[in-house]
Design a protein around this ligand. Structure first.
Ligand SMILES: [Fe+2]
Length: 157
């Protein structure tokens, strides 16, 4: 059977690795970090692991492919839709779940659908765990605290 995730990763390589960006290490670290946390959260929350991981892989595609970070969630959702439709391996329902999660991922204050929340949480986990010596951003404290509780981890800071 085709492994859609690996096919998608090759597609993303073609887009991202063309970028003449000084931030490429950060981009790839963040993309794969969030994707991996999406996988873990999907396992924990009984959601579809492949769809969740796909959300993580594509969530910041807009600014990682040369766009700005302004409105990157909405613009990235449109770009992800184009990429996924072109691949012809995803159903309309699957594309809807993925692009909705991407479009909402910057709104960390509201609570949305399970895949939306999973992606926001994975994004926060990657920000907060990138370097444990860095302080946790005020706007991410509550989600980070809730995530540690979900995983049964006692907070150290
Ligand atoms: Fe992100």
């Amino acid at each position: 059977m085709e492994n859609r995730l690996e096919i998608l990763r090759n597609e993303i390589d073609k887009i991202i690795l063309n970028e003449k960006s000084d931030h490429i290490r950060m981009y790839i670290s963040h993309m794969y970090g969030v994707a991996r946390f999406c996988t873990l959260l999907a396992m924990k929350r009984n959601l579809n692991v492949e769809l969740a991981t796909t959300c993580g892989m594509l969530h910041d595609i807009f600014y990682m492919s040369g766009g700005t970070s302004d409105h990157h969630a909405a613009k990235g959702a449109e770009q992800a839709e184009t990429i996924l439709k072109k691949m012809k391996l995803y159903s309309d329902d699957e594309i809807k779940i993925i692009t909705t999660a991407i479009s909402r991922h910057s709104d960390k204050t509201h609570i949305h659908e399970p895949y939306d929340e999973l992606l926001k949480d994975a994004d926060v986990m990657d920000h907060c765990l990138y370097n444990p010596a860095f302080p946790i951003a005020q706007k991410e404290k509550e989600r980070y605290h809730n995530l540690l509780t979900e995983f049964g981890i006692n907070e150290t800071k």
